[in-house]
Ligand binder design. Sequence first.
Ligand SMILES: [Zn+2]
Length: 376
Amino acid sequence: MKILKIMLIFGTVFSYAVGPTKVATFDRSLWGESLSTQSSFDKASRYEILSYVRQIINTNLSTTTVLKKFVGRKNVNLSSVQKWKKSTKEELLQNFQLAQKTCTTSNKFSLDLCKKVNSWAELSIMAREYTPKVNKKEWYKASQTFFAYYLYEQARLAALFPKITSEIDKLDASEVQGFNFEDGEFLLTFDDGPKFKRTEKLSLLLQEKDIHGLFFVLGNNLEKSLKVHGKKKIKKLYNGSCVGSHGFIHKSHQRLKTWKSSYDKTRALIANNNLQNTPKAKVWFRPPYGQRHKKLISYLATLNDTVMLWNIDSQDWNRNLSAKKVEDRVVTLMLLHRKGIILFHDIHPKAIKVVNVLNEYREQKTISWVDCRSFE
Ligand SMILES: [Zn+2]
């Protein structure tokens, strides 16, 4: 009995850390068209948004009973899910309209789904009435599967919030998720480092491509790296990028009793070595797993520091996802959200491969990178 109880406790703790067991992936080659121009990017964006709308209107999450079944949890927060759904509908309508901005082009090839929509109801009708043509059938099937999983990921996070906090919602207005960026603007962020060789390889790529991303370091790793490599080398390691805090140890800061010392220790390591590279030397904080509490946020405010969450989770840490799958997932979510903060990990090699590919969209000017050095 005691063993069973311990197993249950561990089972619960473990599931906080590993995230959902089902993760959305996509084979983007099924789209069969390039995304190399603004109008082709917008066209693909309209299709993916419409596909997600179809999943949302087909999924009943209206009662606690169905929600429990859907996310496979006993304790679910229906009002949090309703709030998430409301803001998602607003975001999707706005994004669909933004994706129609190239509809005036004389290029007939990109004029699909250009009928004006003024409300969620109109967008829902368009999604419901959509039937794919022969050349879009395979894409649509894959896209529907992707968004069924993505909807599950999101609804699950919303159902658990705020008992288990995450990136799905703000606890305070000061927190940043990335939804308020300008259309086409993305900030690259990298968690859990430094792991010297890997972080260095990624940092050199960012420098070569003139990308200024944000590294959320674990105090524990930074302290070790400083001991082994010295201040000068660590400063050089993050040349051109910015450094924020991920706490001293990789534990939920919603539950960690020593959250304050975890924050202070890591902040001191960053600030004493002048690694922030941000306006007014602000230290951004990314809580492990996005888990934090209001006390922590208020404490950060006294230091002029702020919580930075994310809205595009690459899942690059996931062993079941190849670099190609991570790339396809991130591109699909970029088409859906059209802006925001992308979460990678510099301790895994996949980020390097994926960032290299994503930068091509920047070179084609369909997207732009937010510069962490001027972002406030
Ligand atoms: Zn982390």
